[in-house]
Design a protein around this ligand. Structure first.
Ligand code: KIV
Length: 271
């Protein structure tokens, strides 16, 4: 039996209600107006303006270089398109680690200058003060644990996290901490499915997974990955719904052929 309900506008409360009713939450990234509009029209629950924009939009190797100004540019474009979904924006690397006042002013800039509904921060205990200060200002916070790409130089690789007991314990405690601090949801990235399921059962807030199996409350993917644009990126957790790289490349090749052969434009395509 379907547990899906019609919602005019998704809020942080809607997500909690979905978890309570057992309706899975669908989240995708978006970074620009045009694609955000399609994604919102496709009934997505949450758009994450992820700092993966650093890789996908700007071509950087990691998420570290993207700036707060760049995130604000992407987020405000997405917010102009999003009529139904909740829009969450990543606080970029360097804006919240170690200084909670700076974290709050970055979060305030995002909320004021973009019109987004919430922010996301990577980490647990080590960023407790930043999370608390942002929440105190009335800004909803989504957590992010497991493979946290802003710490890639600490991890050294993008492989599965928390396979060992010690890291798994730390992750479980961090999830409970984020829950108790008042975060409205938490993303778990690339961790064993069994651990993710256990975490989802231990917290009252929705747990959204990426490479964390089906036992959590929702799923998130990077839009360009699931559309097959970033076609060389093929992790096991990724399901691709289109092969847009090939389709766009083919369209470009056909256009080039038509221009070179003088087939385009024809008489019907001129004034
Ligand atoms: O930046 C991003 O796209 C993310 C998702 C992978 C969760 O944080």
């Amino acid at each position: 039996m379907s547990v899906q309900k019609e919602y005019k506008r998704i809020t942080t409360h809607t997500l909690r209600e979905m978890k309570a009713r057992g309706e899975k939450i669908a989240m995708l990234t978006a970074y620009d107006f045009s694609l955000a509009k399609v994604v919102d029209d496709g009934n997505i629950d949450v758009i994450l303006v992820g700092d993966s924009a650093s890789n996908v939009m700007a071509g950087h190797e990691t998420t570290l270089p993207i700036t707060l100004d760049e995130m604000i540019y992407h987020a405000s474009s997405v917010v102009r398109a999003a009529k139904r979904c909740l829009v969450v924006v990543d606080l970029p690397f360097g804006t919240y680690q170690g200084n909670s006042k700076m974290a709050l002013s970055a979060a305030i800039r995002i909320m004021k200058e973009t019109g987004a509904h919430a922010v996301k921060l990577e980490g647990g205990l080590e960023i407790k003060e930043s999370v608390e200060r942002i929440l105190t200002a009335g800004i909803p916070v989504m957590g992010h644990l497991g493979l946290t790409p802003q710490s890639i130089y600490k991890f050294g690789t993008y492989t599965v996290r928390a396979k060992e007991e010690e890291e798994a314990e730390r992750l479980k405690n961090d999830a409970l901490l984020l829950n108790d601090l008042g975060c409205f949801a938490v993303v778990l990235e690339k961790i064993p499915a069994k651990l993710a399921t256990e975490v989802a059962g231990s917290v009252s807030i929705p747990v959204i997974g990426i490479g964390a199996g089906g036992g959590v409350d929702g799923q998130v993917l990077v839009l360009h990955d699931m559309l097959g644009i970033t076609h060389e990126f093929k992790p096991r957790f990724l399901r691709t719904y289109l092969n847009l790289y090939d389709e766009i490349k083919c369209a470009v090749e056909n256009y080039v052929t038509d221009v070179k052969s003088k087939d385009f434009p024809n008489e019907k395509e001129e004034y």
